[in-house]
Design a protein around this ligand. Structure first.
Ligand SMILES: NC(=O)c1ccc[n+]([C@@H]2O[C@H](COP(=O)([O-])OP(=O)(O)OC[C@H]3O[C@@H](n4cnc5c(N)ncnc54)[C@H](O)[C@@H]3O)[C@@H](O)[C@H]2O)c1
Length: 442
């Protein structure tokens, strides 16, 4: 195994060196008000109906959702400005997640409630900036701030220390001091990098998350995990660092490419599976409304997801008690799929979707969940995604990557398994059983 791992590592190193070469030529940062390069777009996929060998018709006649308005069941509340508010209760590090439409124009006014200097840095990428940069800058200027724009290239391959260093330079040249503030405007990549910059610039400055992808709104922007990738692995350099607030403007999702939007839905399905049978049910019955990005439906699923993540983070802020690891449902196999395909073939959410089905099947094979529950997972994932784990070559590679997993101890791996929809438990299981589930014919 050592040899196989070495070979993989060498291949990955070669691949990384090639990427580094590419990066040296085009990885530049626009410092203080200069634009850098065009956006990388994502190919849209047609609506998915047939997946994992299951047909799951998304019917326009699906039952209408039942929304809980005003104060909701889990501590979120709607305020006078028609924003949903989910509090992350972490004592002095606590903060609100504000969810609603057309919130970008409130950025400056909201920031005025905090003790920060007037010079702030807005970190974004060209894709997001093109759509939303002006609105945020105007709002900041209207509220008396002097924003400095820092644009980083779009893409996970720029989530590294080189980009961080260039941001530091931009901020230093612009004169951002210790009382300054960083505003992260973008998806999870921008949020993770900007958060890490904030945690470390002058030993820490305040920051705000303005997530513009569905994944970032329900996951990456909440919980204070910040960081960058290292050539030896993803997210290996980082810090826990909580923002002042998270501003989730649902209107920004209108411009999100279809594939990215669906990838974000995978994390929402995950929340339903691990903690919330009602959310799961809603996702199942309202797929057509969700897929056309109906405002009320989105507000509901985003708020519920934020509440679930909030309650988990509150109990295990720094991933110490093990509770936070239930958020990894679908991710052990998902990460292995991403690594085995060099992070190029599938988006993270697509890989997690496949991982959730495989890990649900594992829960069934090991006798933790009933066949009926497993079928529900297959059906819901099948309703939103059309990728499947049928690729035999991929299946063969997966175990090698699973063996590199941080959660592995000897031949055992810790993995959240389904007991029933809305209820998972972290179990230690034998890698051979995982292999059996991955390899079996569906
Ligand atoms: N910190 C955490 O807890 C946490 C949790 C999950 C994921 N992550 C990280 O998040 C990253 C993935 O985030 P992501 O899925 O948001 O990817 P991303 O940030 O790369 O965004 C995906 C694409 O969508 C574009 N985009 C963003 N918002 C848009 C909009 N409103 N309209 C049009 N295009 C838009 C981006 O420019 C990019 O091309 C990974 O690096 C992952 O490690 C972090």
């Amino acid at each position: 195994m050592e040899l196989a791992e070495d070979r993989i590592q060498k291949r990955e190193d070669r691949c990384q060196m090639a990427e580094d070469r590419a990066q040296r030529t085009d990885n530049q940062i626009i410092e203080a008000n200069m634009s850098l390069r065009g956006s990388e777009t994502t190919e849209a996929i047609p609506p998915a109906q047939k997946l994992f060998g299951v047909s799951w018709g998304i019917s326009p006649q699906s039952p209408q959702p039942t929304f809980s308005r005003g104060r909701n069941e889990r501590g979120g509340q709607k305020d006078a400005s028609n924003m949903e508010r989910v509090n992350i209760n972490l004592g002095v590090r606590g903060y609100p997640v504000l969810i609603g439409e057309k919130l970008l124009s409130k950025t400056g006014a909201l920031l005025n409630d905090y003790e920060i200097s007037k010079k702030v840095a807005v970190i974004s990428n060209p894709t997001v900036w093109k759509f939303y940069g002006k609105q945020v800058i105007k709002s900041l200027k209207d509220a008396g701030f002097s924003p400095v724009k820092i644009i980083i290239p779009d893409g996970e391959r720029y989530k590294n220390l080189k980009t961080v260093e260039k941001i530091y330079t931009g901020m230093l040249k612009a004169g951002i001091d210790r009382k300054g503030c960083v505003i992260a405007l973008g998806g999870g990549v921008v949020g993770d990098i900007a958060g890490f910059v904030s945690a470390t610039y002058m030993r820490g400055v305040k920051y705000v998350q303005i997530p513009t992808t569905l994944l970032a709104q329900v996951d990456a922007s909440i919980g204070g995990k910040t960081g960058v990738d290292h050539k030896l692995g993803k997210n290996l350099i980082g810090a826990f660092y909580q923002p002042l607030f998270v501003l989730s403007d649902i209107s920004t999702l209108k411009t999100l490419p279809e594939r990215e939007f669906r990838a974000g839905l995978a994390e929402i399905i995950k929340y339903g599976i691990i903690r919330d049978a009602e959310l799961f049910d809603f996702l199942e019955k309202n797929a057509s409304r969700i897929l056309i990005r109906d405002r009320e439906a989105l507000e509901f699923i985003i708020r519920r997801s934020c509440e679930i993540k909030a309650r988990i983070v509150e109990q295990d802020e720094r991933e110490e008690t093990g509770l936070r690891s239930i958020l990894n449902f679908g991710h052990t196999i998902g990460h292995a799929i991403e690594a085995a395909t060099k992070y190029r073939k599938y988006l993270h959410g697509e890989a997690v979707a496949m991982g959730m089905v495989a890990e649900a099947e594992l829960s069934g094979v090991l006798g933790y969940a009933s066949g009926e529950e497993i079928e529900k997972v297959r059906r819901i994932v099948g309703g939103y995604f059309e990728r499947s784990l049928e690729d035999e070559l991929l299946k063969k590679k997966l175990l090698t990557y699973i063996k590199l997993d941080k959660k592995k101890a000897g031949e055992l791996i810790k993995i959240p398994l389904i007991l029933s929809i809305g209820n998972v438990d972290v179990k230690k299981i034998d890698l051979k059983k995982l292999l059996f589930v991955i390899r079996r014919k569906r």
